[in-house]
Write a protein that binds this ligand. Structure first.
Ligand SMILES: [Zn+2]
Length: 323
């Protein structure tokens, strides 16, 4: 396993380990493609490794079985849910009951909960009792794109680490492994900043991810105060999942634009749109756009009517612009 980027998150993990304070519950969060699952594998190896060093040896039986996802004590409950890719109460309860039994092979069991931000609040509550009174032999790794849909009560019981992207040289090296040449990688770096997975998916599929295009067009339209263009962009989204992703990108853009207005340099993905937003709109407005995007993001998974909700999103953004 070779890990590109994620320097801040890796350093935090190493620091925990060195000081003997590796948390029982970790939350790894960041955008799609940034490498959360790779880092989760790495963290799971830290818990499991036979050598108990500050970083996993990646060679022992425990590390190798963890990396290959065949370790009987490193569990991915979402993959076993009956409800195709979604958590359900019965599946969660069964999983939790099984975790009260001691691990199969060693002293420790690692439960990797993917897509925590897509878990409904009632399911998060089911989980809460489980992580509130941790058993000595259980460790938890949660994975999410955003923190905002996660209940505060759950957040207060986990150690959250933002998974950061790669610097340009590591980004280029990672894409070279996927046979993407350096000049192309340089273009992609500008576009996707350190997000290797998103850039590779874009380069390999040969087409733009629809929701990225839509989100960038919507951000442009908001910065140019063009409500019709914003609505056109939002209506081009084809599913609830796409709308969810697009709102996530918009909230990232507004957060970066607010930072820029506050004097911070804009790094990361979507720099062009963030800078344009910062140039075009006052900070007060950008902050409210951010709040609205987070609120709508939280709502987007429950909302059944795509077109109505796309319209509601635009309406909310332009209420901020005109209000
Ligand atoms: Zn090892």
């Amino acid at each position: 396993m070779r890990i590109y980027g994620k320097k801040r998150a890796l350093k935090a993990l190493t620091d925990f380990s060195q000081s003997g304070r590796m948390p029982h519950a970790l939350l790894l969060y960041g955008p799609r493609g940034i490498g959360k699952h790779t880092l989760a594998d790495y963290a799971a190896m830290m818990y499991m490794c036979e050598k108990h060093g500050d970083s996993p040896c990646m060679e022992c039986n425990e590390c190798r079985r963890t990396e290959s996802h065949i370790h009987p004590d490193v569990l991915y409950p979402l993959r076993d849910m009956s409800d195709n890719g979604k958590y359900n109460v019965d599946g969660l309860r069964q999983f939790i009951a099984d975790c009260y039994i001691k691990p199969n092979d060693g002293d420790v069991r690692v439960c990797v909960f993917e897509k925590l931000d897509e878990m409904l609040p009632q399911h998060q509550n089911t989980l809460l009792k489980f992580i509130e009174e941790p058993l000595d032999f259980n460790r938890y790794i949660f994975i999410a794109e955003k923190k905002s849909p996660i209940l505060q009560t759950v957040l207060s019981r986990v150690t959250a680490l933002e998974v950061d992207g790669a610097g340009e040289s590591e980004f280029t090296a990672a894409l070279a492994e996927k046979d993407i040449p350096a000049d192309r990688a340089a273009e992609l770096y500008e576009r996707f900043a350190g997000n290797i997975g998103a850039a590779a998916a874009f380069a390999e599929n040969g087409e733009e991810l629809g929701y990225v295009t839509a989100a960038l067009k919507a951000a442009d339209a908001i910065a140019s105060r063009n409500e019709t263009a914003c609505l056109t962009a939002m209506l081009s989204l084809k599913s609830r999942e796409e709308l969810f992703e697009a709102l996530g990108i918009l909230s990232d853009i507004f957060a970066a634009a607010a930072g820029k207005r506050g004097g911070r340099a804009v790094s990361g993905a979507y720099r062009t749109q963030a800078e344009k937003t910062a140039r075009s709109l006052p900070l007060r407005m950008i902050s409210r756009l951010y709040d609205e995007s987070v609120r709508l993001y939280g709502k987007s998974y429950a909302n059944p009517n795509l077109r109505l909700f796309a319209g509601e999103c635009c309406g909310a953004f332009f209420d901020v612009i005109y209000g």
